[in-house]
Design a protein around this ligand. Structure first.
Ligand code: ATP
Ligand code: MG
Length: 561
């Protein structure tokens, strides 16, 4: 990238550097703990870059990052999500090596910790209804009212909890609660629920369990069991930290992880909650989890965003304690910046109009040599066919050229990129007044040569040979929402979906593009960056290209190019 980011020390990296310097820890173990209930999005990429990044930066002291599936909730998880999450982490360039874990493997440990709390008089089986519990929790001013079951003897709690586990109760009949502090200012400490009954099948443990731990209870135990040193999560868990610490202090755990919170990533013109993404997918507003308009990692990949650009973006956004919203244009900038250097150039005409080269018969050429990357000679060149008719972009011709328009118009000259200078000798219109055909002549011997004396030629335009061009489906993606903050839309985010977020064109492409492999990424000269679609592009059969991002288009507003 043109702007390499040296990882500056954010407040989390400072804490870690300090812990290593003072010898509090000999190394660091972080973790990325997704719940496999949806596909990952770019917000998760921020967390992945942070956790795996810290492990890489401290590799010299043996630092590691665990990939842990937080699959303690039996109802929402699917193996499809597990596989997609693994693929996404790898695609971003990170490697969990042998450190792959599933929280559901710890169910016995969670259970033992719960029994330990009961024995210590720090947990009890609650038989009030959920409504009663809510009503008795109190509020910021009033302390909670003790449950009639709060002072049950230990033996009775042990017996009831064992019977909960054995499946003797229906869902909702009882829960296990920690006995902490009903007057605590932090509501999370007012006897939180540790276990609930769910007669549900789990993808890993099958029907072995019918009681499942809650996130707040399970998560610190998972961290401690894996010897996580720094448990990094987003700011909404700040209020849960005292509870996290309480579990660490009161359960028989092998280590003492420290929770540190940072601001989550929010982006303009998109939604990021998994629930909303799921709704967009399930209700068919988009084509699937990997729809290129979604902020999912699989969507970005299918759209042609290079992983390096996504990682660079995450580093640039940085880690802070203050929530804010990042302009999606910043991400698009990084994508362009990366592709500008790396993507080979090809030619495709998105809105074609035919130019007949009337004096072509005198020309012996069948191909011209065109550079694959003007700023990078190492990218080499390719031969593209040319004959007496070429497609050019409709907007590269003006019947009445504006002042700063340097391209084709009646009696004007323009260069066909890599080829001749041509002069427009006439044009035809269709019934509706649109240009239907342009007539031109080539100026012989102008390939790779300056314009002859007296000929003004300031621009080179892209083109494709009519005889050998191939029709391709080209998908032009725009932002999925019409407003910066779809979550705040009065009628809900679905009411502000951009009806023009996908336009499908039939473009004329040079033959080499038709046979390119799926996933081939390039710049269509002067138009934008495109990628051969991973799913629908079949080389030599049906070419399909997705627009990754447009080039900055200055001439439309300011003129001149
Ligand atoms: P969502 O809120 O989108 O449904 P989640 O937080 O429930 O996502 P998890 O699978 O629990 O999804 O997330 C795994 C990790 O990714 C957590 O550590 C979480 O804090 C982090 N994460 C999720 N969203 C973001 C975000 N927008 N920015 C930074 N980190 C995030
Ligand atoms: Mg979560």
């Amino acid at each position: 990238m043109s702007d390499p980011i040296t990882p500056k020390l954010d407040f989390i990296r400072e804490i870690i550097a300090d812990d290593l310097a003072t010898g509090k820890h000999a190394t660091t173990i972080t973790r990325f703990p997704p719940e496999p209930n949806g596909y990952l999005h770019i917000g998760h990429a921020k967390s992945i870059c942070l956790n795996f990044g810290i492990a890489l930066e401290n590799a010299a002291v043996g630092a590691k990052c665990h990939l842990r599936f937080d699959d303690t909730n039996p109802e929402k998880e699917e193996t499809e999500y597990v596989e997609s999450i693994k693929a996404d982490v790898k695609w971003l360039g990170f490697d969990w090596a042998e450190n792959l874990y599933f929280a559901s493997d710890y169910f016995t440990f969670f259970y033992d910790c719960a029994v330990h709390l009961i024995r210590e008089g720090k947990a009890y089986v609650e038989q009030q209804s959920a409504e009663e519990m809510r009503a008795n929790r109190g509020n910021l001013i009033t302390p909670g009212t003790p449950s009639p079951f709060r002072e049950r003897p230990v033996e009775e709690n042990l017996d009831l909890f064992a019977r909960m586990k054995a499946g003797e109760f229906k869902e909702g009949d009882c829960v296990l609660r920690a006995k902490i502090d009903l007057a605590a200012a932090n509501m999370n400490l007012r006897d939180p629920v540790l276990y609930r009954i769910m007669h549900a099948h789990h993808h890993n443990t099958g029907d072995a369990w019918c009681i499942y731990p809650l996130y707040d209870f399970a998560h610190p135990l998972e961290d401690a069991l894996e010897n996580i040193t720094h448990s990094l999560c987003t700011l909404e868990f700040e209020n849960h930290r005292p509870l996290y610490d309480w579990f660490i202090d009161n359960c028989p755990v092998p280590s003492k992880p420290r929770q540190i919170e940072f601001a989550r990533l929010n982006l303009t013109y998109t939604v990021m909650s998994k629930r909303k993404l799921l709704q967009l997918v399930q209700e068919g507003h988009v084509g699937g989890w990997d729809d290129p308009r979604l902020p999912t990692i699989s969507g970005l990949r299918r759209r042609g965003y290079p992983p390096e650009a996504v990682v660079h973006f995450c580093k640039r956004v940085g880690i802070t304690k203050f929530s804010g919203t990042t302009d999606v244009a910043l991400l698009e900038f990084d994508v362009r910046d990366f592709l500008n250097n790396s993507a080979p150039r090809r030619m495709a005409v998105l809105d074609p109009v035919k130019v007949v080269l009337e004096n072509w018969s005198a020309e012996p050429l069948t191909h011209v040599e065109v550079s694959n990357h003007p700023q990078n000679p190492e990218a080499g060149s390719r031969d593209i066919p040319i004959s007496n008719e070429v497609w050019i972009e409709r907007e590269d011709f003006m019947e009445f050229p504006e002042k700063k328009f340097h391209r084709l118009g009646p009696d004007r000259h323009v260069r066909l990129k890599g080829g001749h200078i041509i002069r427009c000798t006439g044009f035809e219109k269709d019934a509706s007044g649109g240009i239907s055909l342009i007539r031109a002549e080539i100026l012989p011997n102008t390939i790779g040569a300056d314009s002859p004396l007296g000929v003004e030629c300031k621009a080179a335009i892209h083109w494709v040979d009519v005889a050998t061009s191939v029709d391709a489906e080209v998908r032009i993606y725009d932002r999925l929402f019409t407003v910066e903050d779809p979550d705040a839309a009065e009628g809900g985010f679905l009411t502000v979906i951009n009806p023009d977020s996908l336009k499908i064109l039939t473009a004329k492409i040079e033959p080499s593009l038709a046979t390119a492999d799926a996933g081939f990424s390039c710049q269509f000269e002067r138009t934008g960056y495109f990628i051969a679609d991973a799913t629908d592009h079949h080389p030599g059969v049906t070419p399909v290209f997705n627009r990754t991002v447009a080039l900055r288009d200055s001439w439309v507003k300011k003129g001149g190019r």
